[in-house]
Design a protein around this ligand. Structure first.
Ligand code: TRH
Length: 385
């Protein structure tokens, strides 16, 4: 009797086009690392903008066509025709966020005799329709290929969101005192202070919020990664700029600007704060795992297509809060996203209820399963079909 063959490492290509900001590569880089580290896949990440990637992974050399980081092969993908240095077709092909993969690559996929799984990884949405469309196949109009649509989501029957196996252990090891000294250069503020992290786009509501923090009864220490909201802080404090390392004070508000850190360290900021303002997609997910109250600045879309997405997330997140706390959270998220007036005191008076719900929601979300694990199961099923 012959011995059964050793299981082969699945090869996976992830195509990532950076539309803007950090979220496209943020999601792809996190997924690539996890597929390599936790599932043993041989992962190649083809990305069209190495400069943005460098911000999340300083090890990236923007001048190289090919390099390796965290066990992942990284190729500078020159859209739209460049199909990777060697036109080797992977077992699992992931096109992130409907980016268009090169025709030469698709044609080679069609010529391949062994099965492959071609997956379009969609943007995250908490809306109900997502479960109906998750994992649906769609035939290619020209080639005998089927592509399936993998939908991240916040509810049962969706692909879930990314969650690494070592996340809880990393969180448990987090030394807040050491972090404050290293990253902010001061001792951790005492419990009487509210610590807020602020990662946001330009936001008309920020001026009112800064003024309310300045005039608040309870002191606020604000930590903000330098970026799109830094100009508003500079204006508020009457300084020329508010880049990394800057600090300022006004009334009860003390603010510190932080430099951008490599992606695995971004969680630490969320763990250090009592309340997190996050944006886009990846930081929105990380805030949920941090299990602290958070406020989401959603990525604005044309025709207000983001509004139902915002409300769907709110419906999940506020489920189980009493009516007053739910209304305060809903009103504050809406105001932060351009509808209504900011009311800090009315919001934060529900802090205890928000904290309890944030911990509970993090557990509920974990029950859907981690996106990488769900995606591996889906790809294996496609390959075996
Ligand atoms: O940067 P974002 O706004 O990204 C996006 C893009 O705009 C994209 O086009 C859009 O479709 C998507 O949002 C919904 O926000 P996001 O998704 O939170 O990505 C930020 C990434 O930056 C995240 O992976 C965390 C990382 N980061 C660090 O690695 N270090 C840091 O210091 C900070 C502040 C963030």
């Amino acid at each position: 009797m012959s011995a059964s063959p050793a299981p082969t490492e699945l090869a996976c290509d992830i195509f990532c086009a950076v539309v803007d900001n950090f979220g496209d590569i943020g999601v792809c880089w996190r997924l690539a690392r996890q597929l390599r580290a936790e599932h043993g896949w041989r992962v190649r990440l083809l990305v069209d903008d190495l400069t943005v990637f460098h911000a999340l992974c300083p090890q990236i050399d923007v001048s190289l066509d090919r390099q390796e980081a965290a066990g992942v092969l990284i190729e500078h993908w020159r859209e739209p025709h460049h199909a990777g240095d060697a036109l080797e077709i992977a077992d699992v092909v992931i096109e992130a966020f409907a980016c268009e993969i090169p025709h030469a690559y698709i044609a080679a996929m069609a010529r391949r005799t062994r099965k492959l799984a071609w997956i379009n990884l969609e943007y995250l949405s908490g809306e109900d329709w997502v479960a109906d469309f998750h994992m649906r196949p769609s035939p290619h109009p020209r080639y005998p290929q089927e592509k399936s649509f993998f939908f991240p989501g916040l509810g049962a029957g969706t692909g879930g969101v990314i969650r690494e196996r070592d996340l809880d252990a990393r969180h448990a090891r987090f030394d807040a005192n050491a972090w404050w000294r290293e990253r902010v250069g001061i001792n951790k503020p005492d419990r009487a202070t509210t610590i807020v992290s602020l990662f946001a786009y330009e936001n008309p509501a920020v001026d009112a919020l800064l003024a309310q923090w300045r005039d608040a009864d309870v002191p606020v220490v604000l930590l903000t990664p330098q970026g799109r909201v830094s100009g508003a802080l500079a204006r508020f404090f009457g300084v020329a700029s508010f880049g990394a390392g800057a600090s300022a004070r006004a009334g009860a508000l003390e603010a510190h600007s932080l430099g951008f850190v490599e992606q695995p360290r971004f969680d630490e900021l969320l763990w250090a704060a009592d309340l997190n303002f996050v944006r886009g997609e990846d930081s929105f997910v990380r805030a949920q795992w941090a299990a602290k109250p958070f406020v989401w600045h959603i990525y604005p879309q044309v025709d207000d297509a983001h509004v139902p997405k915002l409300d769907a997330a709110l419906a999940h997140y506020t489920n189980g809060l009493d009516a007053a706390a739910r209304d305060a959270m809903t009103g504050f998220w809406h105001a932060w996203n351009g509808a209504g007036a900011i009311d800090w005191a009315g919001f934060w008076r529900h802090r205890a209820a928000f904290e309890a719900r944030a911990a509970q929601w993090s557990d509920e979300l974990a029950r859907i399963g981690d996106l990488a694990g769900n995606l591996v199961a889906h790809a294996n099923a496609r390959l075996a079909a």
